[in-house]
Ligand binder design. Sequence first.
Ligand code: NAD
Length: 496
Amino acid sequence: MTTRIALAAGDGIGPEIMDATLAVFRAAGVLEHLEFVPVEMGRSVFEKGDTRGMTDAAIATVESCGVLFKGPMETPKGGGGKSINVTARKIWNAFANLRTFRTLPGVITPFSKAGIPIDLVIVRENIEDTYGGVEHRLSNDMIQCKRLISAPGSDQVVRFALRTAQRLGIRQVHCGHKANIMKMTDGIFLERFRQAAKDFPDIECGDVIVDALCMNLVMKPQSYRMVVLPNLQGDIVSDLCAGLVGGLGFAPSANIGTHISIFEAVHGTAPDIAGKGIANPAALLLSGVMMLRHLGLVRDAVLIENALLRCLEDGVHTGDFGDKTKPSVGTTEFAKGIADRLGQLPQTVPAAPLPEAGTGERVTFKVHPKPLHQEVIRTFTNAVTHVVGCDVYLDTPLSTSSVAEELQRICHDTPFRLTLISNRGTQVWPTGSAFTECVDYWRARFELRDGVIPGTFGQSRAIALLDRVAEKFTVCSYELLRTFDGVRGFSLAQGQ
Ligand code: NAD
């Protein structure tokens, strides 16, 4: 019985590198276990006017296979076309982006020259954070992007990272974050990591602030084995790591979800070299190797990985890397070079280890049944929450003291009092610095008056206050202030 994999060759160099990858798979005997089902995605679909970049039939095939192996795809410039990669990750909830970075023989980098080996894994949260793309223009001058980080979204990705570390025999995992500044969003990500770490006592778990992480990665990349990060930070850090090991030509990636996973190279369609037969297929092949591991075909993955390492070690290279004094080969010859070395081991770097005898030889992957409806994932369910105030954001030409006077008049007969006005997160009233420059987007914070017991009324009183403010001011946006089990669910202003 074969396992079905949805296959989209992609645009530009996609078909060339996909052919090369499948040639290596064929030579390794992998195609005995797998049936690749072609799906229509990318440029041809955009050109027919479908802004999703994938046909209904392609979506149905991917959903029935549970695995998509894809080449790079062009994102149309302008028009309504969205990046297929982002759409695919989001609609199919591929919540973890897994990328591996290893020193490769024949790929010359400052670290390879210095004899410093790199072998690390980055796990990036793939759905949330600023990538929700929830953006608004709030005033003439202010644009907002909402950074959404949830407890269950964090749980999914940090637990995936720790399980993967366990599977790969990685004994040390760090959580990268900026919780010193974004105490609530990065704070929940870090807190969920620490909570999950308790279930993995064999793994040494630590955390690192993302800016320090970047410096450390550049200075001593061998200090890390796996780092898990929120989406935007993970995006940046993973490309930094690609640079450490030789660039995009060797950067594979897996987007893992509960039901559907997507395997693809990180690089794009390389329009400048498309059709010339000179593209480097290594990143796509390595993505394919990650896919084989995901499917349970670990022996095949090891066979191919070691052949690639041996081929690189022997100095076979495409034009984008390697020893420039030796002639480069084309995409097909490079694939043949790998296929010819199947069964050989690298001599100068550690070979990929074989799994225990009797394991890793058959597909263990199971397609999950299609969910009947969109599932709600939850971490905290029983927190007791009370509304204790609201933040009303205003665009006003008045001075801070005049705004404060008017707002105090507005709320004088409500359960709320004006406690602060801030601008770009910095308190400017009741106290503030004359040096603080302000823009046209003010926050007025109203909190319960002393003596009013939280929970004695619902949220409608706080929303009614918004109505009153809106009669006098231009309101840009609004947030309720809540406590959860008595703990403040909102940050304080700088200077408060
Ligand atoms: P790119 O990665 O396509 O190219 C950047 C440079 O790297 C080019 O000089 C290219 O020749 C070289 N390069 C990339 N892959 C190579 C390979 N395998 N072998 C040899 N050289 C390689 O990035 P770009 O030019 O910014 O983007 C081109 C198109 O690709 C755009 O339409 C973009 O939207 C799309 N894109 C798709 C994906 C994806 O599908 N995963 C990712 C990134 C960009």
